[in-house]
Design a binder for this molecule. Structure first.
Ligand code: NIG
Ligand code: FE
Length: 461
């Protein structure tokens, strides 16, 4: 059997491995055999590389290290990864510590590849109607900001969402999240931000939580009351900032409606001082921070995120050298959203190569929303990231799994197939992870497992 450590190029997902390729949960013998054993995996991308684990999110050449094993097996117990490695070694280790028994379900992958479930760390997945009318207007030449100024954009979705009840929003979101799952996403971040009042923001976050539970995905929720200034506050913008700080965020924290707080930090929306006020209040309330930063203008949003210790700074299309340096020197993950640039038909993508070369920890997300990015499929995001931002397929996979988990503070739970993590993984319909970005537009998912439970499983070739 040819093992991954035969090859040494970090950029194609393979690295020299000093240690063994077998990984077994410590104390594996304590609780009986596996519930699930997947054998015949042509290529297993564990993303688990112990020597890189202590260094935080993956940067530089580490971004291309996929912990690849050819001819592999994966064992799951109690919803968690029990063992991964070359099949013969996994079987031998299990025979010693946790023998396969009658209750073990064995699934043959038939030579196909397995990757961790995608983690999508930036979505606006709760909304009412789609905005295909604005799409057509942009195709005909209007810009996103012109459409917003004429009453479209975020406020169009706000008007729409305020008129719908929680059950309806939940049903709409659950069906979209189910679609995400069918494209391999197993953990998703969901933002509020189309309510923009205390009750409507709360309604949105409750709908998001319920929808994720119904769809069977793990969700991280973010309060984005600072997405836009609602029409009733148009002429008293600072009072809306005060409403967020005095009323909305304390309620979100008190009622446990969200885990994080986001701000759309742009000169035309919330300026640096307003953004900082909101983010500092959120931090006081125990919420994790994230920022929509440097999307339309190089404005210092990334540097602000880094300075406040935000988990992520997102978009970054217009980030400058100072912003890149600030992120590189911080633990803030740079979440890139190339589907938005693609959908808006813009020419310039975030400078992903420069960011990787500077040492930023880069992640990928969809930005799924009814305005600037109706794409919810992570495989298509990987395709755009490779061709338009020149990430390698291996870098893109890390950015969409392990680094995306770091962006959500969920690195101990998901994002890689390290022993002990939740067994969230995707069986691909081909033998090589590079088929995912290469076959843009194709759904490469043959099976999805969340916590070791099969959600989708198509028969083998
Ligand atoms: O991330 N940047 C702000 N918010 C969204 C757009 C949302 C909308 O147009 O409804 C974004 O691109
Ligand atoms: Fe967004």
């Amino acid at each position: 059997m040819k093992h991954a450590h035969d090859s040494h190029d970090a950029r194609d997902g393979r690295r020299a491995h000093d240690g063994p390729l077998l990984h077994l949960l410590p104390g594996a013998g304590d609780e009986g055999g596996p519930d699930l054993l997947m054998t015949g995996i042509g290529q297993l991308c564990t993303l688990h590389v112990p020597e890189l684990e202590a260094a935080g999110p993956r940067r530089g050449t580490g971004l291309g290290a996929l912990g690849l094993v050819d001819g592999a097996a994966l064992a799951v117990r109690n919803g968690r990864v029990l063992a991964t490695g070359p099949q013969s070694e996994v079987l031998a280790a299990l025979a010693q510590a946790a023998p396969v028994g009658p209750r073990t379900r064995v699934v043959d992958a038939g030579g196909r590849a397995v990757i961790p479930g995608f983690v999508d760390p930036h979505t606006h997945a709760v909304f009412g109607r789609w905005r295909q009318d604005e799409y057509e207007r942009r195709v005909r030449g209007e810009t996103y900001l012109e459409i917003a100024a004429a009453g479209g954009g975020i406020n169009a979705s706000v008007r729409d969402l305020r008129g719908r009840d929680e059950d309806e929003l939940c049903a709409l979101a659950a069906s979209r999240l189910g679609e995400m799952l069918s494209w391999g996403t197993t953990t998703v971040e969901i933002k509020s931000g189309y309510g923009l009042s205390p009750d409507d923001e709360a309604k949105m976050l409750r709908a998001a939580r319920r929808a994720a539970r119904e769809a069977g995905l793990d969700a991280v929720l973010t309060c984005l009351a600072a997405h836009e200034v609602p029409p009733e506050y148009r002429d008293r913008r600072d009072q809306y900032v005060q409403l967020i700080v005095d009323t909305i965020l304390p309620r979100v924290a008190r009622e446990g409606l969200a885990d994080r707080c986001d701000v759309f930090c742009e000169p035309t929306v919330f300026d640096l001082a307003q953004s900082e006020t909101i983010l500092r209040r959120a931090a006081e309330l125990g919420l994790q921070l994230t920022v929509h930063a440097d999307e339309l203008e190089p404005f210092g949003g990334a540097a602000l995120a880094a300075r406040l210790g935000a988990a992520s700074a997102d978009h970054l299309i217009r980030i400058d050298e100072a912003g890149r340096a600030a992120l590189a020197a911080s633990s803030t993950v740079a979440v890139l959203l190339p589907g938005t640039v693609f959908t808006l038909g813009l020419k310039a993508y975030a400078p992903a190569r420069a960011m990787v070369d500077d040492g930023c920890a880069v992640a990928l997300a969809t930005d799924f929303n009814p305005g600037s990015c109706p794409i919810l499929a992570m495989p298509l995001i990987l395709a755009i990231a490779c061709t338009q931002m020149r990430l390698t397929p291996a870098e893109a996979l890390t950015a969409a799994t392990l680094n995306a988990a770091w962006a959500l503070g969920r690195q101990d739970v998901c994002g890689s197939l390290a022993p002990g993590k939740r067994a969230d993984f995707v069986l691909l319909d081909g033998p090589d992870f590079r088929l995912v970005p290469y076959r843009a537009g194709h759904n490469p998912v043959a099976g999805v497992f969340v916590g070791g439970q099969e959600i989708i499983l198509n028969p083998g070739p």
